[in-house]
Ligand binder design. Structure first.
Ligand SMILES: [Zn+2]
Length: 415
């Protein structure tokens, strides 16, 4: 079995005219948190580089890791862990229910439903019928315990046939942050197309590549994310399936995401609002190679700065710990390449991740209630998109003056 393969064609348009625009070196798999008995084994590192399709402008990873390696561990991400994200999903459910006038008999399908947090809001707010689809084990067990119907499987065209046979007609198909994890995007979208009927609205939320490069969020580049999406390539992709992007929104909680509202229509149309955003992407240089020279420089500066900062604390005998163990933390730690392991522990709120180890430098992950015993002087916030709420939480529980280091978009400290 090959551990990974090079991706030689564009995942959206199939062109083989690909050019490398960023290279972060090699990194372990972000979701591969280690158990205690894994500590002796050698940790594999895989190439982490981004290619651009010269035909449609799509950005994607240069390699694809074998799924049995990529997802061999229990998937530990839980939507319901973050209060900020829960509120975001609740607000979204209310807005979209009102916008589409959803009511009691309408079916909402959530592809990548995780622990059912979002679908539960649809049930509570408008008593919608709900169906979740997700291949993960532990999160969907939680969803089922919330009385949510779950198909515990990957969403594919084949699975869509099963749904169609059951004569289920969704008024809304919603999918948040799953698109970049999908193995075969064309098959996935053929599946969505297959279960749409004339009144179905499709909402897809994805990480926005424009925001990644504008804000230096290089840590969102990891092996579980096959693609980095933007409007222009997707416009062409959805056209193949006669879907129009009728609206979009740039959303905040996962960093910077793009929420697309799609509808199947007979005529292809580029709406004014969409055209304006595509022009922004083009004018900034998103589809041109020289633009990425500047981005590479920014990354290097950011890397140097955080190394100097943390090494100085270490030299002054400060106890350095970190907070949060999202998948992206592995990219961040691998890329900044501290010259030795100066991080004592990583704190987590998600109990599924506690007592495991980060694959980069095998740093222990422990529950955040241990901060008191640990007595850290410095906390590096790896879940930097939740920095505000994390700092507030730690300060509330703990009197000591801790220095918080937020690594991105530019390393900075909060005392
Ligand atoms: Zn392409």
């Amino acid at each position: 079995m090959k551990q990974y393969i090079k991706i030689n064609e564009c995942r959206l348009c199939k062109s083989n005219n690909l050019k490398e625009i960023l290279n972060l070196g090699r990194s372990p798999i972000g979701n591969d948190l280690l158990k205690k008995n894994d500590l002796k084994r050698k940790i594999n590192k895989f190439p982490l580089a981004v290619n651009q399709c010269k035909k449609c402008g799509h950005h994607q990873l240069s390699v694809s890791i074998n799924n049995s390696i990529l997802y061999k561990k229990n998937y530990t991400y839980l939507t319901g862990t973050s209060e900020v994200f829960k509120k975001y999903l609740k607000d979204y459910s209310i807005q979209i229910c009102d916008k589409l006038n959803l009511n009691k008999n309408d079916l909402v399908i959530d592809i990548g439903c995780n622990d059912g947090t979002l679908l539960e809001y649809f049930k509570k707010y408008k008593k919608c019928k709900v169906l979740g689809i997700d291949p993960s084990k532990k999160p969907t067990e939680l969803a089922k315990s919330r009385q949510i119907n779950v198909l515990n499987d990957f969403f594919t065209f084949q699975l869509s046939m099963k749904i169609k046979k059951k004569k289920l007609f969704p008024k809304l198909i919603t999918s948040h942050n799953t698109f970049a994890h999908v193995e075969d995007l064309n098959d996935f979208f053929r599946g969505i197309d297959n279960i749409c009927y004339k009144n179905t609205t499709v909402v897809i939320e994805i990480g926005y590549w424009l925001k990644v490069v504008q804000n230096n969020w290089y840590d969102t580049i990891y092996h579980e994310h096959h693609d980095f999406h933007s409007l222009y390539p997707l416009l062409q992709f959805f056209k193949k399936y006669s879907f129009n992007i009728i609206d979009f929104k740039i959303t905040e909680p996962q960093g910077g995401s793009l929420m697309l509202i799609l509808k199947k229509m007979n005529n292809f149309k580029i709406y004014k609002k969409i055209k304006k955003q595509v022009d922004i992407e083009k004018n900034i240089g998103l589809y041109k190679i020289p633009f990425y020279k500047k981005i590479k420089n920014n990354l290097q500066k950011s890397k140097d700065k955080i190394n100097i900062l943390l090494n100085n604390y270490h030299k002054n005998n400060k106890i350095i710990c970190a907070y949060g163990s999202p998948t992206k933390s592995v990219t961040l730690l691998s890329y900044i390449k501290l010259n030795k392991n100066i991080i004592k522990n990583i704190y987590e709120d998600n109990i599924l991740k506690c007592k495991l180890y980060n694959p980069y430098m095998k740093i222990p992950i422990i529950h955040s209630s241990n901060i008191l015993n640990d007595n850290p002087d410095v906390i590096l916030i790896l879940s930097w998109n939740f920095a505000k709420s994390i700092i507030k939480k730690v300060k509330k529980k703990y009197d000591k003056k801790i220095i918080f280091v937020v690594p991105l978009p530019e390393p900075y400290i909060i005392q």
